[in-house]
Design a protein around this ligand. Structure first.
Ligand code: FES
Ligand code: FES
Length: 178
C-alpha cells in the first residue's frame, strides 16, 4: 500500500505494508541511514526521530500510524534552530565515541530543549534515560547542551525479553534493517 509521509519537510511516498516500522522505511526504503537500529523494542533509543516534535522510537512506530504528522530525522534536525545548537554543542564537546547511539541522543535532547529551554535535572533524566550508550558517553552528554547534569538514572541494562516485543513487530524482530 502506498503511504505519503512528510520527512524533514518533504513529502515522501513509499509502497510498504502498514505495519512496517518507520525505521525500516527510513533506512531501507528512503535510504536515510542516520537513525539506527539497536533493539527493535523501544528500549535503547538509537532509532529516535521526532514526530510532530515529539521524540519517538521509530522501530516500534508503524508507518500506518504516522499519517499527516511531520517526521524529523537526524538528517534534518540541524535545520531547526535548537537542533543546530545541540549538534554544535555535541561537536564542540566531542561527545561521540563509536557514535552508534548519538543520533538518538541528539534527537531526544533536541526534543526536550525545544519544549523546555531550561530543563531541570529531572526533566533531563526523564527525556534522556531511555537513550542507552554502550560506550558510556554519559559524562559528555551531561556536559553538552544544558551545562547541567544527568543523574544516575541513565540505565545501562537492556532487557531482551521476547515477551516485550509487540505482536505486530514479531515478524520484523528477527531482521535488522540494513
Ligand atoms: S532500536 Fe528503537 S529503541 Fe532501540
Ligand atoms: S557512542 Fe558508542 S554507543 Fe554511544
Amino acid at each position: 500500500m502506498a503511504y505519503t509521509i512528510k520527512v524533514n519537510g518533504k513529502p515522501r511516498t513509499v509502497d510498504v505494508e502498514g505495519d512496517t516500522p518507520l525505521l525500516w522505511v527510513l533506512r531501507d526504503v528512503l535510504d536515510m541511514k542516520g537513525s539506527k537500529f539497536g533493539c527493535g523494542m523501544a528500549l535503547c533509543g538509537a532509532c529516535t526521530v521526532h514526530i510532530d516534535g515529539q521524540a519517538t522510537r521509530s522501530c516500534v512506530t508503524p508507518i500506518s500510524a504516522v499519517g499527516a504528522a511531520s517526521v524529523t530525522t537526524i538528517e534534518g534536525v540541524g535545520a531547526t534552530p535548537v537542533g543546530k545548537k545541540v549538534q554544535a554543542a555535541w561537536t564542540e564537546i566531542d561527545v561521540p565515541q563509536c557514535g552508534y547511539c548519538q543520533a538518538g541522543q541528539i534527537m531526544s535532547a533536541t526534543a526536550l530543549l525545544t519544549k523546555t529551554p531550561k530543563p531541570t535535572d529531572a526533566d533531563i533524566d526523564a527525556a534522556m534515560q531511555g537513550n542507552i550508550c554502550r560506550c558510556a558517553t554519559y559524562g559528555r552528554i551531561r556536559a553538552a547542551p544544558w551545562g547541567s547534569r544527568l543523574s544516575g538514572a541513565v540505565a545501562f541494562g537492556v532487557s531482551r525479553s521476547s515477551s516485550m516485543i509487540r505482536p505486530s513487530y514479531r515478524r520484523w524482530a528477527g531482521r535488522r534493517p540494513s
